[in-house]
Design a protein around this ligand. Structure first.
Ligand code: GLA
Length: 738
């Protein structure tokens, strides 16, 4: 059969894809004549050169250029005046504090003799296929910085990090260390997008002009935090949007205190500098010692905010999440936290497990309350032995039961924390972060163990290793329910104590990696009272994340929308819980709750003991429907068709499988108004020349006027009229290519 001829726009899209496939050769290269470095991957070129002053000067970060395009030699900008010197306004790859730089720097160092001036010059470089390392050295002192660059051949996502090395014989102190500085050439309509929030209110998408005066996104909390997430995107107000226009974006792979600053310099160049948060930071390097920064990833798309997040999702699935490029599909999970809180016991959990299995749940998780003297949040944290009053014969009978019902077994832990009312704290009061003689500020009645200490690190690993070895556990929900206060490490010299900001996180990563090495089939969720520790650093070591304790299905629509700008649905857990929901006391139908949660990795957290037969029937139907589409939802291309942000009454997303044979539409109506029907929803990302059959997700008749089958072009051009009447309405559809 001949393919129908394609409309011009579709042919152009296909040509672009073929071009991409043909040209998807990653490359790091150096042109010795012009002294220009280039990284080419996907549809992106990133280039910088060594200028006449020996500085590494940014030349291009954007769409792919032709091989022979003239990019160099780099030439520093002349001083604008005696106030804005050349070094300050020339876009440098890794500007250090020194030589009259007033823009945001990537590095600031203080020496024992009082010198606080660092001026870096190109020294040498090394190229491996798609990775590049460039060594810089201070003009006078034996301080070296190695900048490491990688580029992903498929998405063009660049990874950058720095190693700072003291090759001298005296110690020095690093006061500020970023991973990278990214710069954008002057334009007057750059617009910054970022995510902000708080406990139970994470993932609000913010937008503001990039203007003179820095915007600082950060966490000072010791962990990633809910206030901001380490991600940014910049588009252009004049040409940008969800579906088209250039977007530059980045994400920092660090789960400790971090900072990304975005600033426009006096001549209009935009700098994005990200890495360790300099707040309360200091890192002393003895002779021969070095500090490695985290990786700051950055990407570019010419297909709007939607194109940017699809690239980032793909990069996260292929290169960040565990699974060697093939993250496992998330099992449907049950967790009784909202239903029972701390009142877990063998009989109660067994009864819930039976009910969960009936509706098709694949992983049963026991949350907080199973260990030590843990009957509330006031005691027991730190004592990871089974509470025998609740589980008289240990966890084995329950685990066996859960396995017998065909489900995996998972357990909640919060290994970095301790209640003062615990055996662990009574035995080791010095194990927590503290300043001697100062109060220790509790939060949720708990203190933070100083994981930076080797003995604490080893203890935590050993406890978890024993737990997972002694019990047949497939999954840990790893929680972290407060931020730091009194970040002291009294066992170290005062000038070394701020190293805690780095060493704590490294040890956390080490424990996670070691635990996974010893138990290769164990899966882990990153939770921090909701979405307080989600970033590309922790995602490399955890299989899924808990975006928020807020499980209200309507609030979740905008939170999931915000989340999806930075992180892949492949890892995003979403639970169906009880109605009215505890957060807003909002009442919604069970079907609405399911469709909201099915936008991510489905979980159920409702009290199944309160369900009627009809609820079990609905749930079974929706869980079965979800299993048919979850590969597409979790690992397909996400199109945000109608945004729920800014009080929108309606919203819609479409997930399209990589082969474009299946597409899943979720549509929601907050409230109908004035009897009006909502406009048709036009789909995106389908193959225009294929025919797709449409069905309701979870079964049921199609709306009267909707054709049962039409071409991709039809669904994209004419769209679907989705009749929804009333408040808190939801519809799901699945399109299958014939
Ligand atoms: C945090 C988590 C919840 C639950 C409780 C248990 O708040 O986000 O999901 O696990 O801790 O104490």
């Amino acid at each position: 059969m001949r393919r129908p001829s394609l409309p011009a726009w579709a042919a152009a899209a296909l040509a672009a894809q073929l071009w991409l496939a043909a040209d998807a050769q990653a490359a790091a290269s150096f042109d010795a004549a012009t002294r220009v470095f280039r990284l080419d991957g996907g549809r992106v070129t990133y280039a910088f050169g060594v200028n006449e002053a020996g500085q590494l000067q940014t030349l291009h970060w954007g769409g792919r250029l032709a091989d022979a395009d003239p990019l160099g030699p780099a030439k520093s900008l002349p001083s604008h005046s005696s106030f804005d010197l050349s070094a300050s306004i020339t876009p440098q790859e890794f500007p250090a504090q020194g030589g009259g730089i007033f823009t945001e720097v990537a590095l600031k160092i203080a020496y024992a003799d009082g010198n606080r001036d660092t001026v870096l010059r190109y020294l040498s470089h090394r190229i491996e296929r798609d990775a590049l390392t460039v060594r810089l050295r201070d003009v006078a002192l034996p301080l070296e910085v190695s900048l490491r660059y990688t580029i992903d051949p498929d998405t063009g996502v660049v990874g950058r990090s720095a190693r700072i090395e003291n090759l001298g014989s005296a110690p020095l102190r690093i006061d500020q260390a970023a991973s990278a500085a990214y710069t954008l050439a002057p334009q007057d309509d750059y617009r910054l997008h970022h995510l902000s929030g708080r406990w139970a209110g994470e993932w609000s998408l913010q937008q503001r002009p990039v203007s003179e005066g820095a915007t600082v996104l950060e966490s000072r909390r010791g962990s990633t935090g809910q206030q901001n997430t380490p991600w940014f995107a910049i588009d252009r107000a004049g040409s940008g949007g969800e579906d088209n226009g250039p977007v530059w974006f980045g994400a920092l792979a660090w789960s400790g205190s971090w900072r990304i600053s975005i600033d426009k310099d006096p001549l209009g160049t935009v700098r994005v500098v990200g890495g360790f948060n300099p707040y309360d930071f200091a890192y002393r390097l003895g002779p021969g010692e070095s500090l490695d920064t985290p990786v700051f990833y950055a990407g570019y798309s010419d297909a709007g905010m939607g194109g940017a997040s699809r690239l980032l999702h793909r990069f996260e699935r292929d290169h960040i999440l565990p699974g060697d490029g093939k993250p496992r599909l998330r099992p449907v999970l049950y967790n009784s936290w909202e239903a029972t809180e701390f009142a877990v016991d063998e009989a109660g959990q067994m009864a819930l497990a039976e009910k969960a299995a009936r509706i098709g749940v694949e992983r049963f998780v026991v949350d907080d309350g199973w260990f030590g003297a843990r009957n509330s949040d006031k005691a027991g944290l730190g004592d990871w032995t089974v509470n025998r009053a609740k589980f008289p014969d240990g966890l084995k009978p329950l685990i066996d039961k859960v396995h017998g019902l065909g489900m995996e077994f998972g357990l909640w832990v919060e290994p970095e924390m301790v209640n003062p009312d615990s055996d662990l704290y009574r035995a080791h009061p010095d194990w927590v972060l503290n300043f001697p003689g100062r109060p220790r500020t509790p939060a949720r009645n708990q203190l933070v163990l100083n994981l930076a200490r080797r003995d604490v690190r080893d203890h935590v690993l050993q406890v978890l290793d024993t737990l997972v070895s002694d019990n047949d556990i497939q999954f840990l929900k790893w929680d972290y329910n407060r931020n730091w206060s009194e970040p002291g490490w009294p066992q170290l010299a005062p000038e070394d104590q701020p190293k805690v900001y780095v060493e704590y996180v490294r040890n956390l990563y080490w424990i996670l990696a070691e635990l996974r090495r010893r138990h290769p089939r164990l899966e882990i969720e990153s939770c921090s009272g909701g979405g307080g520790r989600i970033d590309l650093g922790i995602m490399a070591l955890t299989d899924q994340v808990w975006p928020s304790d807020n499980t209200d299905p309507f609030d979740r629509l905008s939170m999931q929308d915000g989340f999806s700008h930075a992180y892949a649905p492949a890892a995003m857990m979403a639970w169906v819980t009880d109605s009215p929901n505890w957060v807003d006391r909002r009442e919604t139908s069970l079907e609405y709750r399911f469709l909201s949660s099915m936008q991510g990795a489905l979980g159920i957290g409702a009290n199944l003991n309160h369900w009627q037969d009809a609820d079990f029937a609905t749930a079974s139907r929706m869980v079965a429907a979800y299993k048919q589409v979850r590969a597409t939802v979790q690992q397909g291309d996400l199109y945000r068709l109608i945004s729920p942000a800014n009080g929108s009454r309606r919203s819609a997303t479409l997930s399209v499988s990589p082969d474009r044979r299946q597409a899943v539409l979720f549509a929601f109506l907050h409230s109908q108004s004035k009897g009006m029907q909502e406009p048709a929803i036009r789909l995106r990302g389908l193959d225009p020349g294929r025919r797709y059959r449409i069905a309701r997700l979870g079964g049921g008749a199609l709306p009267e006027a909707m054709p049962a089958e039409a071409s991709g072009a039809y669904w994209m051009e004419r769209g679907l009229a989705v009749p929804m009447r009333g408040d808190f309405q939801a519809s799901g559809f699945v399109l299958e290519a014939k």
